[in-house]
Design a protein around this ligand. Structure first.
Ligand code: PCA
Length: 214
C-alpha cells in the first residue's frame, strides 16, 4: 500500500498552536485515494527537525512526503515551488538558534524544485472553492530548511514525490492580531486531503501557466 507521510510543526514564536500540526494530525490514519496517511510532528528547530524527518521517512518508507508549515499573514493554501540553500533567521528557533546567511548543505545546489504536482493541487483546491495559489518562496527559516533538506534526501530514501505546503493562521490565532487573515480548520483539513489525493493520483504536474511577472 502506498504511504503518504505528512509532517506538521510544533508551535513557535510565542504561539500556543501551529495550524500545520492541528490540520495534519487530523488526517493521521486516513486512507486517501488508496494511500495510507501517517502524520509526524517536527520540532521548530534547525537540525533537529531534519533528523526527526529522516527518522520518520526511514520508519514509514513513504512514496510521497508533504511537509506543512504555518505562514502567518498568507490568505491562501500555498504549495511551494522552490527550496533554497539558505538560512537567514529573522527570529530564534525553539532552541534559540538564529543563523544568518548560512547554507543548509554547503556542497548542495542553490535550490531544489518541489516534485509534487503543485499546479494540479492549486487547480483542484480552487475548483473545490478553496483559496489557493503557488508560492515561489518558503522563506529562509525552519520551513525552508526542512523543505530543502527533504528534497536533498528524496532519492536516498526512494521517495517518489515530495515538497512543502504553507498554510494560513487559524481563526483563533488571527483573533489576537487585528487584520490578520485566517482559514477555518475544517477548510484546511479538506484542502490537505485534496492535496494528498492529487499527489497520489498525479505523477506529473499539469501544463498550465502559473507564473508571475514580479
Ligand atoms: N512555520 C515556520 C517554521 C515553522 C512553521 O510552521 C516557517 O515558515 O519557517
Amino acid at each position: 500500500m502506498t504511504t503518504v507521510l505528512l509532517t506538521g510543526f510544533e508551535p513557535f514564536d510565542n504561539d500556543s498552536i501551529n495550524p500545520s500540526w492541528e490540520v495534519v494530525h487530523r488526517l493521521q490514519g486516513e486512507t486517501i485515494a488508496g494511500a495510507m496517511v501517517v502524520a509526524t510532528q517536527l520540532a521548530c528547530e534547525f537540525g533537529k527537525s531534519l533528523r526527526q524527518l529522516e527518522r520518520a521517512i526511514k520508519k514509514h518508507q513513504p512514496t510521497i512526503v508533504i511537509a506543512v508549515g504555518q505562514a502567518g499573514g498568507r490568505t491562501d493554501i500555498t504549495p511551494e515551488r522552490v527550496a533554497i540553500n539558505l538560512t537567514d533567521a529573522r527570529i530564534g528557533d525553539n532552541a534559540g538558534k538564529q543563523p544568518t546567511d548560512r547554507p543548509i548543505h554547503p556542497q548542495g545546489p542553490a535550490a531544489y524544485f518541489s516534485t509534487l504536482p503543485v499546479k494540479a493541487m492549486v487547480q483542484a483546491l480552487q475548483r473545490e472553492g478553496l483559496p489557493a495559489s503557488l508560492s515561489l518562496s518558503a522563506g529562509t527559516f525552519v520551513c525552508n530548511h526542512v523543505f530543502y533538506g527533504l528534497m536533498a534526501m528524496q532519492q536516498r530514501h526512494g521517495v517518489q514525490r515530495c515538497g512543502f505546503i504553507h498554510i494560513p493562521f487559524l481563526p483563533s490565532q488571527a483573533a489576537g492580531r487585528t487584520g490578520a487573515p485566517s482559514m477555518a480548520q475544517e477548510d484546511m483539513v479538506r484542502a490537505l486531503r485534496i492535496c494528498v489525493e492529487v499527489s497520489v493520483r498525479r505523477k506529473r504536474d499539469v501544463r498550465t501557466t502559473g507564473g508571475t511577472t514580479h
